[in-house]
Design a binder for this molecule. Structure first.
Ligand code: GDG
Length: 487
């Protein structure tokens, strides 16, 4: 569990940027779940970038987090208002849980969020499944979340809504409380109008978001696309990142999320020995690492094909390189994700069968959620991180890898990850170009120590400078400016 130092300069700055106001955070998944086990009810922190970024702030600043209660004992531990104090062992803030029925989970979450918005916004039109019952459920569930927010909000609270599952919440809250202070952060890409305009409910989604006072994205190109959609979809004037409505203005900003660089660097010191042992255990000189949720956007299949091509083209690296690939289970109830898992299992088996020798297995593949310690050990041990999403809002793994290393690891990064806009000292690749990725692996392994250090030092400096505290402080400062201007 992460230790919180609420008096560090990072947190002091964030508190300053919040201006003493309380935060009401709203997201689909909550930061903690309660699950029944043989040992009783266990409280666990959820794995993922959003929770890693926001739980420490909530712990430090207090407030309320409104989220879906998805654990099987989540409502056993809550009070009559569906509230529970968290973290469980040292409570610091309130978690308000929203109860969803099986049908809502199936239609709002697996349906509209994951089979409509996710594929449209990640440019996979062939995977989109448009059903009116999904949309109806999405509206109902957004209403439930908005009601939960309104029950918890006091005057002057700052309501911060996260991500594509909840795009209608700002409007639903504003309809009931016109003075509410609302911000939105969109964590996935925002596509061009040509793609977005295919969405039958495009106006409702835009209008939902436009009830916020500020909307944040990871990159300038997502901001540009979003503003274009507002102009074309709603015929509303946009000027220099400001949307002008008759009665108010909305600021739209690129504020790229970061990681707690200092903490990754510090924690990584505790895994130095384990990282060294990993090379010996895998009988390899070089370790290449991939850490991805098992999602079609993350490009795991393309990566495997590129690694196979690398082994074909450059046999001098046989018995010297191992690809460690973790695939974190996600959306396991969706048939398509189960099929993708099968395809990846088979491909790993085929490539290993083709190249392995006694004592050397070229791909070590793990389909499971690994512990934070193990993740750090992998980051620390890896000579190269191979991060090749076909498209990705940001990709925190790239930043976590750089934050953990202190001795010049090489980052190979897809040019279609939001992180590539900032981390352009990485070896940038087109993940669809199998040969180019294979060559990039060779180049990474053969790179001179001088070039490695030059690139790494800049990447580390950027990751350190634009860390998670910078993200929060910058976003909150921009948010507060909204109200200062209108006074
Ligand atoms: C969305 C956007 C955007 C993963 N597997 C394990 C594990 N993780 C942690 C990583 C990292 C996080 O989960 C994954 O972050 P990503 O950024 O890669 O991706 P998404 O989950 O797709 O998130 C994305 C992000 O929002 C933030 O705005 O960057 O583009 O799609 O922190 O370390 N952690 C542990 N075990 C695992 O097996 N402990």
């Amino acid at each position: 569990m992460k230790e919180i130092h609420s008096d560090t300069p990072g947190f002091q700055k964030i508190k300053g940027a919040l201006g003493g106001n309380r935060l009401v955070l709203v997201s689909n998944r909550g930061p903690y779940t309660h699950e029944k086990s043989r040992r009783g009810i266990i409280c666990e922190r959820t794995v993922g970038g959003l929770v890693s970024a926001l739980d420490p702030v909530m712990q430090s600043c207090g407030g309320v987090w409104v989220a879906w209660g998805s654990g099987n004992a989540d409502f056993v531990v809550t009070d009559s208002q569906n509230r529970v104090r968290v973290p469980c062992e040292d409570t610091r803030y309130t978690l308000k849980r929203i109860r969803l029925s099986e049908r809502e989970i199936s239609r709002y979450y697996y349906g509209f969020s994951n089979r409509v918005l996710w594929p449209i916004f990640h440019l996979f039109p062939e995977k989109v499944c448009l059903k009116t019952e999904y949309w109806n459920s999405y509206q109902k569930v957004n209403e439930k979340f908005a009601k939960g927010v309104l029950e918890e909000t006091k005057p002057n609270d700052l309501i911060w809504v996260q991500d594509y599952h909840l795009s209608l919440v700002p409007r639903l809250v504003r309809d009931e409380n016109k003075d509410a202070k609302i911000a939105f952060f969109w964590h996935i890409p925002w596509p061009h109008w040509d793609t977005f305009s295919n969405l039958p409910w495009r106006e409702e989604i835009l209008n939902g978001l436009l009830s916020s006072d500020i909307i944040g994205f990871h990159t300038e190109s997502y901001v540009k696309n979003f503003l274009e959609c507002v102009k074309k979809g709603l015929d509303i004037p946009v000027d220099n990142g400001i949307i002008n409505l008759p009665d108010r203005q909305i600021r739209v900003k690129a504020v790229p999320i970061g990681v707690d660089c200092e903490q990754f660097t510090q924690l990584s010191r505790s895994v130095i020995l384990r990282a060294a042992r990993l090379h010996r255990r895998l009988h390899t000189k070089y370790i290449i690492l991939g850490v991805d949720r098992l999602d079609y956007t993350k490009g795991i299949m393309n990566k495997l094909m590129a690694f196979e091509r690398f082994l074909e083209k450059y046999p001098e690296f046989h018995e010297k390189v191992v690809l460690v690939q973790t695939a974190t289970p996600t959306r396991t109830k969706v048939e398509e994700y189960r099929e993708m898992k099968k395809e990846i299992d088979e491909t790993v088996g085929r490539i290993n069968g083709r190249f392995q020798r006694i004592g050397w297995v070229p791909i070590r593949y793990f389909y499971r959620t690994i512990s934070q310690d193990r993740l750090l050990t992998y980051y620390k041990a890896a000579d190269v991180a191979l991060i090749t999403p076909l498209i990705d809002g940001m990709n925190l793994v790239a930043k976590e890898y750089i934050a953990t290393k202190d001795n010049g690891g090489v980052l190979i990064l897809s040019e279609f990850a939001g992180a590539a806009e900032e981390l352009n000292e990485a070896i940038l690749v087109n993940p669809h170009d199998t040969d180019a990725v294979a060559d990039a692996i060779k180049n990474a392994l053969e790179m001179s120590s001088e070039e490695k250090k030059q690139r790494f030092d800049v990447l580390k400096e950027k990751t350190r400078e634009h860390d998670v505290y910078w993200w929060l402080e910058r976003f909150f400062t921009e948010w507060r400016k909204t109200y200062e201007k209108s006074v």
